[in-house]
Design a protein around this ligand. Structure first.
Ligand SMILES: Nc1ncnc2c1ncn2[C@@H]1O[C@H](COP(=O)(O)OP(=O)(O)OP(=O)(O)O)[C@@H](O)[C@H]1O
Ligand SMILES: [Mg+2]
Length: 262
C-alpha cells in the first residue's frame, strides 16, 4: 500500500536525523497500535527502544523504514517528510537486521550480496568474516555455494542472523536498525553475534531494539514503549535515577542475573 511520491526528493546520503511527530498507527482500522508518539533520533547516535513484548517496538522501526505509512502525525528523515523520499534512497540508506531473518532460495553468497548484487566474492567473504559467519559457512558441504531456502539446507536461528548481519555489512547503510531476536541462543553464539554487531555500529546512526538491556549500555538515548505509547525517554543514568519503568525492567533483569549467579 505504500506508494512512492510522484516527485520524490532524493537524499543521496542520509545523515540519520529521524523525527516522529505525534505519530499514530494502526494495522487494522479501529485498532490503534502506536499512539501519539513523538521522538527524535540524532544522527550518528545510538537510540535504544525497550518495552515488553507486543508493545509496538518493531512497528515503530517499520514506520521509520516506511514499510508502512503512519495513520496520524508525520515522520521526517534529515528534515524531509518520509513520504516524499525516493524509495531507492530509503532502501539504500536504511538497513534492518530484523527479528525474523528472511533467506531466499539461492546460495549463501547470493543471500549475502542481496543488497548489492555487484559485490565481489572477496567482499562477500570479508562481510561474512566481520559477521562471524565465515567459519560456519566454510564448514557447509559447498561452502559459499551451498543452497539455502526451499530444497536447500536449513540454518539455525543464530546462523541466519549472522547472514543478515553480513548482508547489512555489504549494504553499508547510513542508518542501521537492529531488532534483537527474542529466540534464546547459546551464550557463545550470542557473543559472536554481539561482536559482529559491534563491528557494524561504527560511524552510523543506530536504532536498536533490545530485550537484554545490557545490549543497550552504549546507547546515547533510550525510550520505553508501553502499549503503543512513549512512556520514558533519556539516558540510562537519567532513567535509572528516575526509578520509573526503565528502572523496573532493569531491576528485574539484574535480579534474574543475580539469581543465576548465586
Ligand atoms: N502485520 C500486523 N497486522 C496486525 N497486527 C499486527 C501486525 N504486526 C504486529 N501487530 C500487532 O501490533 C502490536 C505490536 O506489535 P510489535 O511487533 O510492534 O511489538 P514488539 O514490541 O516488537 O514485540 P516483541 O518484543 O515481541 O517483538 C501487537 O499487538 C501485534 O499483535
Ligand atoms: Mg518486535
Amino acid at each position: 500500500t505504500v506508494k512512492e511520491d510522484e516527485h520524490p526528493v532524493h537524499i543521496e546520503n542520509m545523515k540519520g536525523d529521524i523525527e516522529l511527530k505525534n505519530v499514530s498507527f494502526e494495522y487494522e482500522a479501529g485498532h490503534p497500535i502506536i499512539k501519539d508518539v513523538s521522538l527524535k533520533v540524532q544522527a550518528g547516535h545510538m537510540f535504544g527502544i525497550v518495552g515488553k513484548t507486543g508493545a509496538g517496538k518493531s512497528t515503530i522501526i517499520n514506520l521509520m523504514a516506511r514499510l508502512y505509512d503512519v495513520t496520524g502525525g508525520e515522520i521526517t528523515i534529515d528534515g524531509v517528510p518520509i513520504r516524499k523520499i525516493a524509495f531507492d534512497d530509503l532502501r539504500r540508506n536504511i538497513g534492518i537486521v530484523s527479528q525474523e531473518t528472511f533467506l531466499f532460495i539461492g546460495s549463501i553468497a547470493d543471500n549475502i550480496r542481496y543488497a548489492d548484487p555487484d559485490a565481489t566474492m572477496e567482499e562477500v567473504i570479508e562481510a561474512a568474516k566481520s559477521a562471524n559467519a565465515h567459519e560456519f559457512i566454510t564448514k557447509l558441504p559447498e561452502g559459499y555455494n551451498t543452497k539455502v531456502g526451499e530444497g536447500g539446507i536449513s540454518l539455525s536461528g543464530g546462523e541466519k542472523q549472522r547472514i543478515s548481519i553480513a548482508r547489512a555489512i555489504i549494504q553499508k547503510p547510513n542508518i542501521l536498525i537492529l531488532d534483537e531476536a527474542t529466540a534464546s541462543m547459546d551464550t557463545r553464539t550470542e557473543r559472536k553475534i554481539q561482536a559482529a554487531i559491534d563491528n557494524l555500529k561504527q560511524g552510523r546512526t543506530i536504532i536498536s531494539i533490545a530485550h537484554r538491556l545490557s545490549t543497550l549500555r552504549d546507547a546515547d538515548m533510550l525510550c520505553v514503549i508501553e502499549n503503543g505509547e512513549l512512556k520514558e525517554m533519556g539516558t540510562h543514568d537519567k532513567l535509572i535515577k528516575e526509578k520509573g519503568k526503565y528502572f523496573e525492567l532493569y531491576k528485574l533483569q539484574s535480579e534474574a542475573l543475580q539469581f543465576i549467579n548465586e
